[in-house]
Design a protein around this ligand. Structure first.
Ligand SMILES: *Cc1c(COP(=O)(O)O)cnc(C)c1O
Length: 433
C-alpha cells in the first residue's frame, strides 16, 4: 500500500508509516492512496467498533503493522459506545460523543496516537506533536496522546478566545502534554506552528502535527460509518443504504465517509451540513470555484467555523466533479440552528448540540428538496453539555451534569502565557516537561 501527495504529478509514493508520521506531504499536499482498497468481507461480522479495525483499516496498512498490533491499537483507543438512536420518521442520530472529551474527534485522535506510538516504539524514536487549537481538536489530541511513551504534545491556544469549558479541558494536567496560552488570536497560533515546523533549531525535536489532514486521524473515522450501517440492520432491521448527513467544517468527517463508501460500504447519498461558512455548499451548487475560499465567520457551531476547509483538496482529488452527484450540501444560519434545536426537542424529546442541530436541519432540507425517503443518519458530533449556554438558552431547560466535565471543575489550572513570537515558542519547546 502506498500513498502519494495530491500535488505531486510524479506520484512519488511513500509507505503508510511516513504518511502517518509526517502528516502533510513535503510539497504541502495531502496524502491519498494509489487506489482505495476494498474492505474485507469480515466487516459484516463485527460486534464492536474496535473489531472493524482489522477488516477496514487493515487493507490500508499493507502489513506495516501486524494484525495483533492493529487490534490492540483499536481496542485501547475505542473504549466508548457509539449508539445509533432512532428519532422517528426514518431519522437516526449516530452519537459519536461518548469519548473522554465528548466530541467525535476522540475517535480519530485516540486511534492516531496509538498508531503513531506503535510505529515509533519499534524504533525507539520520540516525536513532539505541535497543535494550534481553538476548541475540540486540542482537548481530543491532548487526551488521545497523553501518557504514550514515545510522544509528547504541545497545544497552542489563543488566550481569552476559547470558552471556559474548552480552556479547562485544554489545561487539565496530563502526562506528556503541555498547553501554552498565546497572547494573540488563532491565526497567530497557526502561524507559530508553521514557523516552528521549518525552524532549524527545532529540527531535533521531530515535530509532527495531528490535525485532520493526517490520514492517521482520518481513516479511523471510517469505522463508525461501517458501524452505523451494521447498527441500522441489527437494531432496526433496516437494510436500505442510508443517507449520511455530516456536520462539516474542515471536511475530514465527510471525507472519511466518502472513503468508506469507496471501500464498498453501501451509502445512499451524503449531505454536507455547514453553518454560515458556506464555501463547500456553494461549490456543490456551482456558485464558487475551488479556489474561492472565504474568510471564517463566527457562529454558534464554532467547531465548524472554517472558511477554507483543509480536506477539500483531498475530496476534490478523490471525486472531482463527481462530488456534486454524491454529495448534497446546504448552509444553515444560527437562527435556523436554534429553531431546529427546539423543534427536535419538542418533536422527539432529544437534546442536540448546535453542530448536530445544523445536521438535523440539513437532513430535513435534503428530504424536502429531494423527496428521498431512505433512512437518514445524522452524525451527532458533540455532546450538548459542551455547549451548555447555547443549548440551555434555546430550550429553556437545565441540562443534566456530565461526569467527564464535572471532573474538570475545581481550582483552575493555568497555562503559561507566551508572546506570539517564534522565539518564545522555541524557548517553551526546548525546556523539559
Ligand atoms: C471538528 C468538528 C466538526 C467538523 O468536523 P470536520 O471533520 O472538520 O468537518 C463538527 N462538529 C464538531 C462538534 C467538531 O468538533
Amino acid at each position: 500500500m502506498h500513498f502519494y501527495s495530491t500535488r505531486d504529478p510524479n506520484r512519488c509514493p511513500v509507505p503508510f508509516r511516513e504518511a502517518l508520521l509526517s502528516g502533510l506531504a513535503p510539497d504541502g499536499g495531502l496524502y491519498l492512496p494509489e487506489r482505495v482498497p476494498r474492505a474485507e468481507a469480515a466487516w459484516r461480522e463485527a460486534q464492536t467498533l474496535a473489531a472493524l479495525a482489522l477488516p477496514v483499516l487493515g487493507p490500508w496498512l499493507g502489513g506495516e503493522l501486524g494484525a495483533a498490533q492493529l487490534r490492540a491499537v483499536a481496542e485501547d483507543a475505542l473504549t466508548f459506545p457509539v449508539p445509533l438512536r432512532a428519532l422517528g420518521d426514518g431519522v437516526y442520530v449516530l452519537e459519536l460523543f461518548h469519548g473522554p472529551t465528548l466530541s467525535f474527534k476522540d475517535v480519530g485522535a485516540r486511534t492516531m496516537a496509538r498508531l503513531m506510538n506503535a510505529f515509533l516504539a519499534g524504533r525507539g524514536e520520540r516525536v513532539t506533536i505541535l497543535v494550534a487549537t481553538s476548541g475540540d481538536t486540542g482537548s481530543a489530541v491532548a487526551d488521545g496522546f497523553a501518557g504514550l511513551g514515545n510522544l509528547r504534545v504541545v497545544l497552542l491556544y489563543p488566550k481569552g478566545k476559547v470558552s471556559a469549558v474548552q480552556e479547562r479541558q485544554l489545561v487539565h494536567p496530563r502526562p506528556g502534554v503541555r498547553a501554552l496560552a498565546v497572547a494573540g488570536d488563532f491565526d497567530d497560533c497557526q502561524r507559530l506552528v508553521k514557523a516552528a515546523f521549518v525552524d532549524p533549531e527545532l529540527r531535533a525535536l521531530g515535530l509532527s502535527s495531528a490535525n485532520s489532514i493526517n490520514l492517521g486521524r482520518l481513516l479511523p473515522q471510517m469505522l463508525y460509518y461501517f458501524w452505523a450501517v451494521l447498527s441500522l440492520a441489527s437494531r432496526y432491521g433496516e437494510t436500505t443504504p442510508p443517507v449520511f448527513c455530516v456536520p462539516s467544517g474542515n471536511l475530514g468527517n465527510l471525507t472519511a465517509g466518502v472513503l468508506a463508501a469507496e471501500m464498498g460500504l453501501g451509502v445512499g447519498r451524503f449531505v454536507a451540513a455547514h453553518n454560515a461558512n458556506d464555501f463547500f455548499p456553494g461549490y456543490l451548487q456551482l456558485l464558487y470555484d475551488p479556489s474561492a475560499f472565504k474568510r471564517t465567520v463566527a457562529t454558534l457551531s464554532n467547531a465548524m467555523d472554517v472558511g477554507a476547509p483543509s480536506n477539500f483538496e483531498r475530496l476534490h482529488a478523490l471525486l472531482g466533479e463527481g462530488a456534486r452527484e454524491r454529495i448534497w450540501g446546504t448552509s444553515v444560519s444560527d437562527a435556523a440552528t436554534l429553531e431546529r434545536l427546539r423543534a427536535t426537542y419538542e418533536a422527539y424529546g432529544y437534546v442536540a448540540c448546535p453542530h448536530t442541530a445544523v445536521g438535523l436541519e440539513a437532513a430535513a432540507r435534503y428530504r424536502a428538496a429531494s423527496g428521498d425517503e431512505r433512512p437518514v443518519i445524522v452524525l451527532a458530533t458533540a455532546h450538548p453539555a459542551k455547549f451548555v449556554d447555547t443549548v440551555e438558552g434555546a430550550l429553556g431547560v437545565a441540562l443534566p451534569k456530565v461526569p467527564a466535565l464535572e471532573a474538570l471543575q475545581g481550582p483552575d489550572a493555568q497555562a503559561p502565557v507566551i508572546a506570539p513570537q517564534l522565539g518564545a515558542l522555541r524557548r517553551a519547546l526546548l525546556s523539559p516537561f
